[in-house]
Design a protein around this ligand. Structure first.
Ligand SMILES: [Zn+2]
Length: 387
């Protein structure tokens, strides 16, 4: 097609001007004027600039397609994953931005309704009780509208998560917790030679996980480890997350040790799900804070604080999930402690205390370091906890 340019007249120009006006690039005072005047050209240039198109002030095929996509407002048509030519448009971009705000993974808001967007829509649908077909039609639009701005910074699932925790009471009895010792098999994680010995992250975190399993089981928790001590191949994090989901776990705890070329790097850090635009899992963040504070208080490891990350493990798990980096194996100070079984017991007690506190209502929370983990066992043994 011949580019529509300055001086042209006709219905195509009217259409171009109308789209530019809805994008606030052109004053809408004379929306149906049919002349491609200097204002129109300026608006076309601004539009091309904003879309990363070559800026020539004329409407050729490419700019026409971009303008066509730009006029769709969210809710004006049903969106679905079309192959091989995916739907594109401003409505897709708005939907993607909305989903991102709520913590769904659509990748980038690129205005293209691809597989990832379709999957995120399906996940949203599942969580609000709609058939998860990945198509954004009137029902899904209604659900998005009903949620309004309420859920900015939290998926509906996360709101339900906090509610469920509040309503389920403080007992640990009968809960399911998945404990994930990192690495394993062909992947030893951080490795530090020590004379004839060789310390590996995979072995040490498996030992930590087994101790944690024992403590939690004693408190009445059903515990599932994601791997044994002699795993053949390293399980990807995606599979570990799916395992936790398929078990309907209440909590997911991943255990790692850190490593750094600089032996002075030391300390403990805890990670929960969150993205750069401030989206975070509220319960995950709370659990991470509790784990971090309890470990620091009970072990004296340096406090490297809690951090939000969008790692697969944290993103794909559908329950409060944390990953703890329990010290640096490469730090002589941290390592001397980590290889001591009594120290590992203290770490484990700290994690159990943190999980217990997560189930206390915030107003009845107790000071860090104050829960005697062995008492949880006594309470279970005495049968005073209602199952
Ligand atoms: Zn690791």
């Amino acid at each position: 097609m011949r580019p529509i340019r300055s001086g042209d007249r006709g219905p195509a120009v009217t259409e171009i001007r109308t789209v530019l006006a809805t994008l606030d690039l052109l004053s809408p005072s004379v929306p149906d004027a049919d002349e491609f005047d200097a204002h129109t050209e300026r608006a076309v240039r601004a539009f091309q600039q904003s879309r990363g198109l070559s800026v020539d002030g004329r409407v050729g095929a490419e700019t026409w397609r971009a303008l066509d996509a730009a006029r769709w407002r969210l809710g004006a048509r049903t969106l679905y994953h079309a192959v091989p030519e995916p739907l594109t448009g401003e409505d897709v971009r708005s939907l993607q931005e909305r989903l991102l705000e709520m913590g769904y993974d659509v990748g980038r808001a690129d205005a293209i309704y691809g597989v990832r967007t379709s999957r995120a829509v399906a996940q949203f649908q599942r969580e609000v009780g709609l058939p998860p077909d990945g198509t954004c039609g009137p029902h899904t639009m209604n659900a998005l509208r009903r949620l309004g701005r309420k859920v900015v910074g939290g998926r509906p699932q996360w709101l339900r998560e906090s509610d469920a925790i509040r309503q389920s009471g403080p007992t640990l009895v009968g809960r399911t917790i998945v404990v994930d010792p990192g690495h394993g098999g062909t992947d030893p994680g951080v490795v530090v030679p020590d004379g004839a010995l060789r310390w590996t992250e995979a072995d040490l975190v498996h030992d930590l996980a087994s101790r944690l399993e024992g403590r939690l089981a004693a408190a009445g928790v059903r515990v599932q480890l994601t791997r044994g001590p002699a795993l053949r191949e390293c399980l990807p994090d995606v599979d570990r997350a799916h395992l936790a989901n398929s078990l309907g776990a209440d909590v997911f705890i991943s255990l790692h040790l850190d490593g750094h070329a600089n032996p002075a790097a030391e300390g403990v850090a805890t990670y929960h799900y969150g993205t750069d635009n401030g989206v975070t899992s509220a319960t995950g963040e709370r659990l991470a804070g509790l784990v971090q504070r309890e470990i620091v208080a009970r072990t004296g490891l340096r406090d490297c604080r809690t951090h939000a990350k969008a790692w697969d493990l944290l993103r794909l798990t559908r329950m409060p999930a944390v990953r703890v980096e329990v010290g640096y194996l490469t730090s002589p100070t941290d390592r001397a402690q980590l290889v001591d079984p009594r120290f590992r017991d203290r770490v484990v007690e700290a994690i159990v205390a943190a999980v217990q506190r997560m189930y206390y209502p915030v107003e009845r929370d107790v000071p860090t370091g104050s829960i005697d983990v062995s008492e949880l066992r006594a309470v279970v043994a005495a049968g005073t906890v209602v199952d």
